[in-house]
Design a protein around this ligand. Structure first.
Ligand code: AMP
Length: 389
């Protein structure tokens, strides 16, 4: 799914939550024109826009769950620093309409597989359950009572937040909160039966997949529509606030909050910039774009009409080919094709008039005449062999 880069700010204010940092401090608001009553903002994350679209376009009538993904830039007004940008990229995945618990584990596995395929070993998932509207209010009341009992020790900002969103104190960035939070009541000890059973089942599914995880009691998403499963991905040993590689969770109350029928959902967002930074730090090469199967070259340096025509025929057959469009000698054209990692050069010469081209295997440095008409099938077969290797 592609959602707009900017929307009515209300979608994010309600969908992400008024009392989050993302909305309170980081929302990139667009200056309205004087006659504009609506207020607009650049999207800071994808879930709110996806859920807004799910409701607006009637996706609740589709077979459930609706699974969508989105890759694109997100915007947050913050002081730029390493790993924290004002425009950054996320890969976002959502499964709307599935209460879990199996899909919760499916998403965690998908996230971990992405890191592994990207070349990042050693990514760990931190996991928690944050309960639901049945059990969380009583827990939040206990938590509030705990913080109130030590209010004098709390930093000013946290004392203020205590009145608007006490859960946020648990993942406070203030170092002095570390010890305070060690003694705070843990949500895991206060889950209702249904939430406890759900959490146990998520863990059983992860165990069955052989996925290790660490239960992290301070991992919360301090908003009412977030429910049950919450998770974050970190590189082992790199667990600072700036270093989350991704995170996600269940939001069984969000569709209703944005005006739809009650519908469970879960999703995650992975920070692509941070993955690339981590790959650079660990010296892991980025996955290279595959080389074209063939480069269309020619004996006549200026013969670009024919080279482009033949390349277009091959591309129309679904083959990844490059056309050599520079006016240079054949030897130089072939050198460039070898350097690029192409497996073949299709060389055009006079025999094209009889429907023949030279197919040169660049690795074996062997060459034979092939009818142009047979070329797509032949290259497709070679392409398949290469993919299988
Ligand atoms: P969040 O919605 O804040 O949980 O973000 C999900 C992921 O996006 C984080 O785990 C980061 O990897 C990435 N991310 C969030 N904010 C930024 C930013 N300002 N710059 C780069 N990456 C970010």
């Amino acid at each position: 799914m592609e959602t707009p880069l900017f929307e009515v700010a209300d979608v994010f204010e309600r969908g992400v939550g008024e009392t989050t940092d993302i909305v309170e401090k980081e929302l990139f608001r667009l200056a309205p024109r004087s006659d504009d009553r609506e207020s607009w903002a650049l999207r800071p994350e994808a879930t709110a826009g996806i859920v807004r679209a799910f409701i607006q376009h009637g996706l609740q009538t589709w077979p459930q769950p609706v699974k969508v993904s989105l890759v694109g830039p997100m915007f947050r007004y913050d002081r730029p620093q390493a790993g924290r940008y004002r425009q950054f990229w996320q890969w976002d995945v959502e499964a709307v309409g599935d209460p879990g618990p199996a899909v919760d584990a499916e998403l965690v596995e998908l996230g971990l597989r992405f890191y592994r395929d990207a070349g990042l070993a050693d990514v760990e998932v931190l996991l928690n359950s944050i309960g639901d509207t049945t059990c969380r209010p009583a827990y939040v009341a206990r938590l509030t009572a705990y913080y109130r009992s030590i209010a004098a020790e709390l930093p000013d900002l946290e004392r203020r937040r205590l009145e608007t969103n006490p859960l946020r104190l648990l993942d406070s960035k203030d170092p002095s909160m570390g010890n305070v939070n060690l003694d705070a009541p843990k949500i895991a000890d206060h889950l209702c039966e249904a939430c406890a059973a759900h959490f146990e089942a998520v863990r059983a599914h992860l165990d069955a997949l052989g996925i290790g995880y660490r239960i992290e009691p301070s991992l919360v998403r301090g908003l009412d529509y977030y429910t049950r499963t919450a998770f974050e991905f970190y590189r082992r040993g790199a667990e600072g606030q700036q270093q989350a590689l991704g995170g996600g969770g269940r939001y069984d109350g969000l569709v209703e909050l944005l005006g739809g029928h009650p519908t469970p959902g879960i999703g995650f967002a992975l920070g692509i910039d941070r993955v690339i930074l981590a790959l650079e730090e660990t010296g892991t090469p980025l996955v290279a774009e595959p080389a074209p199967i063939a480069v269309v070259c020619g004996a006549e340096p200026t013969g670009t009409t024919e080279r482009l025509r033949v390349a277009t025929i091959l591309r129309g057959e679904g083959l990844a080919v490059r056309a050599e469009l520079a006016h240079r000698k054949l030897g130089r054209q072939l050198e460039a094709a070898v350097k690029e990692g192409a497996q073949f050069a299709v060389i055009l010469g006079d025999e094209l008039a009889e429907g023949l081209v030279q197919l040169r295997d660049l690795q074996a440095a062997s060459q034979k005449a092939v009818p142009l008409a047979d070329l797509p099938a032949l290259l497709r077969r070679k392409s398949g062999e290469r993919a299988a290797r």
